[in-house]
Design a protein. Sequence first.
Length: 260
Amino acid sequence: MDRVTGVSKEDWVKNIKRSPELPDIPQLDGLNPANSYATDAYRTQATAMESSGTPPQSIFEGIQTVADLARVRSKFNPLDPEGTGNKAHFLKFSQRIANAPFLALITGDTITVQTSSHNSNELVDSFVKGFTGIGEKDKDQIIGAVTDLANAALSYSDRIEKYSNFAQNILDVDGDGNVLFHLYSSQFQIEASERKGSITFNTQYNVVRGVYQLSVAKWEEIKDLFAFKTKVSTQEWLSNFKTPCKPGATAKTPCLTNKK
């Protein structure tokens, strides 16, 4: 049964290419660095099922194309964090994903994370602990991905204390071949001086979690709706959803080291 979202699967695909119905959002509405990671199992299977031609054929190409259509439709561009890569556009992107009636919502909640440390590495660890259903063998690499995310946020802080919404996407696959689209976000306070930076947080903060599943059966049902769409590869999606560090930025925080 389709998830009730107020829009049919045909209308979602047909209307996703139209210009946004909402007015333009001010550009300076909160920094929102984003990052994307694919688990080893996802990468291996996605590579094995890569198709020739233009439209998406495999379920992996399907979820990547769905996600990128939602990103473009919302004008969310993580590569432009000082423009349309802001929090307001991220929220519009999140809503496009949430409205896709062919994606089953596996997890949709907000959890409170409590910690007594102000060490940036422990902040990253505690953020990742809020992720659900991720295998232990992928955790270390995901910590490295979130560390990249934190460093990108620091590089844009410009010596000004400000809040930054972190967004981490994870692509995964289960034992039945269904694909999972994880999306986690949380707001942290960041500040950078000329040569160093810091990320501070209270003894508790919230992590917004959304995990969506595209099943093999559902993809076979809707695949023909994407016959006139251009597929997005795994590498394209990972590249489109990764905020780079600001060129020339020197701010680093000594306790935030990449663990990859």
